[in-house]
Design a protein around this ligand. Structure first.
Ligand code: GDP
Ligand code: GDP
Length: 453
């Protein structure tokens, strides 16, 4: 399910745009250009607490007092409401209920969508409640006194609104890429985070994640939204309050588990350490896409060969992640920091990618053509019947064979390399499952043996 939509409905001049602006917390209207979403309605991203939704403002509609309502319900209003999880019906507390309000109310009462009745312009402390109370007669439940201009009451209204949105677990915002920044203390994780937030638009900062102290930050770069996971565990301003284990390896593991793409940050001055290898192992085990970010590159004395040598060294020490791109950056000077998110986007695409069975089998035939499966001393030869991608994130390919035991590690690695060469998948692990003819079960040890690419 994509992000839930909230429609704002009401007569002209009641303050709909004022309220929409307040909810969206930005004046620029983004038109969402997604399939299934009609273009001429304006959607804006809005956030409240840990929830995100889209606000659609039906501001241009004629819902006036002097007009017959029904014929004038424009298609857009119907469409906006049809796709909404909830509607905010805005009325003017200073004018009091009008016949136009009553007409809209009777229409809304027949819709299957929960409606919040927002009585706007109720900023007056002594009159607000009375002004709002007049609207009980619309039969839409409790009128909520608010002021779009001053913000009074909007928090309570939004709290109530959240109770009408579908549970967060059901929402997959396909547009969003979840990124974990992990690494040893002092490698520059929080400096990188600050660089991301500084150079890109922070859509919101920060918003709460699954637990109270796991705070995420959302940034936008080139039209793509990135959720930087557990930024509370990266920022360490309040060490004293959190205690050292707050930044420990288990916290990093949890962030890895929630991520699509992991940025494994290495200190260029220290090179790859044991702890880095441990994190790399976890990234691979969890099946996450990964970029190796060598930070503090500004502080390294270099000649023209250094990047090349350094990269070779990093790759050999992080052999779990031989498929990952390595990028050399400086969070301090900003050098190449901007490129990291581009690599993240590519890795996330590859991580999600699905390849058709015919493409996989073409690659397979080619690989077998160059180098046929081994034969045992007893004369039994391995046979690969066909392969198919069975899942993604990470891409997982099942290979149906006569007997998995006939394929030694050497040959498996060869097939893996061929898949990468022919199918791409840069930045993501790929799982190969060698399945026997009889059992069709994942071979013992399955993906934990040398079947990972
Ligand atoms: P829309 O036509 O429903 O989108 O209404 P607008 O948002 O354009 O607002 C119409 C008028 O009402 C503008 O002059 C706003 O300044 C005014 N207005 C909006 N919200 C409030 C409010 O909370 N209090 C008061 N007093 N005026 C408001
Ligand atoms: P974290 O513990 O991984 O979050 O690391 P910090 O972001 O707090 O950085 C640790 C130290 O490294 C700080 O003193 C930073 O100023 C320094 N640092 C971070 N990034 C760079 C960089 O790109 N170049 C240099 N020379 N120092 C950096």
């Amino acid at each position: 399910m994509p992000l839930p939509v909230v429609a704002i409905i009401g007569r002209p001049n009641v303050g709909k745009s004022m309220i929409a602006n307040r909810l969206a917390e930005t004046r620029d209207a983004i038109v969402f250009d997604e399939p299934g979403v009609t273009r001429d309605r304006t959607y804006r991203r809005a956030f409240w607490c840990d929830r995100e939704f889209l606000v659609v403002d039906t501001g241009g509609l004629v819902f006036d007092d002097n007009t017959e309502f029904l014929p004038l319900i424009r298609e857009q209003a119907m469409l906006a409401l049809a796709e909404s999880s909830a509607a905010i019906f805005v009325v003017d507390g200073q004018t009091g209920p009008t016949s136009g309000d009553a007409t809209i109310a009777s229409w809304l009462r027949q819709q299957p969508v929960p409606v919040l009745l927002a009585v706007n312009k109720c900023e007056s402390p002594d009159q607000g409640i009375t002004q709002a109370a007049q609207f009980w007669e619309l039969g839409l439940g409790e009128p909520l006194p608010i002021s779009g201009i001053h913000g009074n009451g909007t928090g309570d209204m939004l709290d109530l609104l959240l109770t009408h949105l579908p549970p967060a677990e059901e929402i997959i915002d396909s547009a969003e890429i979840k990124v974990a920044i992990v690494g040893r203390p002092n490698v520059g994780k929080s400096s990188l985070l600050n660089a991301f937030v500084g150079e890109n638009r922070a859509i919101v900062s920060p918003i709460s994640g699954t637990t109270r102290d796991a705070i995420d930050t959302l940034v936008e770069h080139g039209g793509q939204a990135y959720r930087l996971i557990d930024t509370a565990g990266i920022r360490k301003k309040k060490q004293v309050e959190y205690g050292p284990e707050f930044f420990g390896v288990n916290r990093a593991f949890k962030a890895i588990d929630r991520a699509d793409v992991v940025l494994l940050v290495i200190d260029a001055l220290d090179g790859v350490t044991d702890q880095d290898q441990k994190l790399a192992g976890r990234v691979e085990e969890a099946g996450r896409a990964c970029i190796i970010v060598v930070n503090k590159w500004d502080a390294v004395e270099k000649d023209s060969y250094t990047i090349y040598d350094y990269e070779k060294d990093v790759k050999s020490r992080l052999n779990f992640l031989e498929w990952a791109d390595v990028i050399f950056v400086s969070a301090m000077t900003g050098q190449r920091v901007e490129k990291i998110l581009d690599l993240v986007t590519t890795a996330a695409e590859q991580h999600k990618r699905r390849v058709t069975t015919s493409v996989i089998n073409e690659a397979l035939e080619d690989a077998i053509g160059w180098h046929s499966p081994p034969t045992t001393r007893q004369g039994r030869q391995g046979k690969i019947y066909y392969g198919a991608q069975v899942s993604s994130q990470p891409p997982s390919i099942a290979l149906f064979v006569n007997d998995p035991k006939l394929f030694n590690d050497n040959y498996r690695r060869y097939i893996e390399r061929q898949f990468r060469e022919q199918l791409g998948f840069s930045g993501t692990p790929v799982r190969l499952f060698w399945r026997g003819k009889k059992t069709r079960e994942v071979e013992r040890g399955g993906p934990n043996r040398a079947t990972r690419v």
